[in-house]
Design a protein around this ligand. Sequence first.
Ligand code: NAD
Ligand code: TDX
Length: 339
Amino acid sequence: MTIIVTGGAGFIGSNFVFHMLNKYPDYRIVCLDCLTYAGNLSTLAPVMDNPNFRFVKESITDREAVYKLFEEEHPDMVVNFAAESHVDRSIENPEIFLDTNIKGTAVLMDACRKYGIKRYHQVSTDEVYGDLPLDRPDLFFTEETPIHTSSPYSSSKAAADLLVLAYHRTYGLPVSISRCSNNYGPYHFPEKLIPLMIANALNDKPLPVYGEGLNVRDWLYVEDHCRAIDLIIHKGRVGEVYNVGGHNEMKNIDIVKIICKELGKPESLITHVTDRKGHDMRYAIDPTKIHNELGWLPETKFEDGIKKTIKWYLDNKEWWETIISGEYQNYYEKMYANR
Ligand code: NAD
Ligand code: TDX
């Protein structure tokens, strides 16, 4: 079995590469990643010498490079994690999101059509459903919830999902889609809420909470997401969408307070800053379908996952300090200076 994993130098993709190489010692895993600001080759250092692993630095939008890789590797499956993934960046500059997230997906699927594939899996997000009101805790996203996006990021992911379903119907491409809630865990890029707050708190810097911090996200430990994708590509039905989430809804402000408590830092570091434009209020996944069909359940409780994650950031300071001392500083200053 040869699997092309795109975006494998990023947060979830790298965790998935480790998961697959550990669990399936006879699989060949080929990581295709062009190493944007969010891709980090040092993350993959532990597997670089594994004879079952290959890293290829190319973009999923480069048709020639993608076709060449298919000719070399004859993949059985493609799992597409590669994307521009940060909502705030999409608000500043949507264009690259359209290119990578939509065109890149089409190029990968064209290669699958041309060379043949057992499964093309699209890693999507709960953000394609838009948001839910805070005063309706009885409402959840199911696979039937209409697509109703808020940001350029989520719109680009929704467009990609629609293309994936269209390639299935029109060309019979054997596809599947997972729509997961917010992930957290090791190798999470420090622009995102949890690692940003950990890094800032450790440096005694302000903790910038957007608005009141009452927005709700449904947090899932990254390894649980990787197990869900593993199940879907092996046992999930072709042409289907599976929601992935662990019923772990939390307000942003509460997450930041937990991080302060775990690190022994004062809550006075918390600074309320201008809200995100178009900020989604609440995400909440109904994971009944993946549970009933594939037996998936989350294994890591948030109390344990956040402790493990904080410990990982304490033990791997070099990884994130290298990132935040580089180009990231310009981004941070631009994003947060006058907020
Ligand atoms: P990330 O930003 O950490 O990593 C993205 C990776 O894709 C990077 O390694 C980057 O170099 C690579 N990449 C970007 N453009 C590329 C291109 N044109 N060609 C090849 N590689 C390219 O993202 P993440 O948080 O790991 O998210 C991975 C996927 O999961 C994304 O598709 C995202 O939409 C989806 N997702 C993320 C979450 C979450 O909470 N992080 C939740 C649900 C779904
Ligand atoms: O500095 C911050 N302050 C703050 O209050 C940042 C970076 C975020 N926030 C808030 C915004 C959100 O309500 O925290 C919440 C989480 O923000 P992000 O970490 O940026 O994640 P989110 O916008 O929810 O999107 C994430 O989950 C779904 C991923 O980045 C997406 O790729 C995924 O699809």
